[in-house]
Design a protein around this ligand. Structure first.
Ligand code: ADP
Ligand code: MG
Length: 259
């Protein structure tokens, strides 16, 4: 029996060392507001972490620190074992390694769908035109909007635009994908087409951090649910554990309001 437990300890240690994104004791303030408080979070390669919590709890700020859209006051964040670069070319490369999909799709309005998905490849990854084109077409097909390639974003539905935004992020071959309420701005009938693309990505082994109020997605796709309130990680558990037996009063209260 001891052999079994030793093996497991070794695996746990290896898992921790293998954290693809590791936040250690991260603190951030906006003026007097302590928006992130002693955040420790290690996200393993291939793991899908769903972050939930009340509005204003710091979920977006947490995401934004992971690709340095926000700086932190103390603590550390590493990606693939390396600290986040502060600026310059290294920072641009980091941003390319961390795909981000926002609530508002943020596509370039004056570029076609195809150009949107090619741009980062050409500018940041220095991919040649032909390769970038082929890859963009393949990704657009994969998210189900191949037929829209030559249209402009405004000619697409919200669900289609968000799938283009996902394709654009994937075109950079990111190590991790961050989704900040990707379906919150969508009409209800378009939510599932976006969640299905995300489910597929999760099944394919993409490392994902997903802020969402879609509890169905959390139940089916998450390896772990992280519950935040008031700038802190209040509890984390598997979706089964979290939804059937939340431990903290904050989580119980939150779930009673949304389920
Ligand atoms: P959530 O995504 O969980 O709703 P946010 O991370 O967006 O929470 O915000 C957490 C808190 O930080 C909120 O009180 C919000 O008003 C505040 N906040 C967010 N961004 C800024 C900013 N740039 N300047 C000042 N306060 C901010
Ligand atoms: Mg938010």
């Amino acid at each position: 029996m001891s052999g079994v437990s030793v093996t497991k300890d070794v695996e746990d240690a290896a898992g921790a060392a293998d954290g693809l994104v590791v936040l250690s004791n991260v603190n951030k303030h906006f003026g007097a507001l302590h928006v992130l408080q002693d955040i420790d979070l290690s996200i393993a390669r291939g793991e899908v972490v769903v972050v939930i919590g009340p509005s204003g709890s710091g979920k977006s700020t947490l995401c934004r620190t992971i690709n340095r859209l926000e700086t932190i006051d103390s603590g550390s964040i590493t990606l693939d074992g390396k600290p986040l670069p502060a600026e310059g070319r290294e920072l641009a490369r980091l941003r390319a390694d961390v795909g981000m999909v926002f609530q508002s799709f943020n596509l370039f309005a004056h570029k076609t769908v195809l150009q949107n998905v090619m741009l980062g490849q050409l500018k940041v990854r220095k991919t040649d035109q032909a390769t970038a084109l082929e890859k963009a077409k393949a990704l657009l097909d994969r998210v189900g909007v191949g037929a829209q390639a030559d249209k402009y974003p405004a000619q697409l539905s919200g669900g289609q635009q968000q799938r283009v935004a996902i394709a654009r992020a994937l075109a950079m071959d990111p190590k991790v994908m961050l989704f900040d309420e990707p379906t919150s701005a969508l009409d209800p009938e378009m939510i599932n087409e976006v969640l299905e693309v995300m489910q597929q990505l999760a099944r394919e082994g993409m490392t994902m951090v997903v802020v969402t109020h879609e509890m169905g997605f959390a139940r089916s796709a998450a390896d772990r649910v992280v519950f935040m309130a008031d700038g802190k990680i209040v509890e984390q558990a598997t979706p089964e554990q979290f939804f059937s037996a939340p431990k903290s009063d904050r989580a119980k209260d939150f779930l009673s309001k949304i389920l």
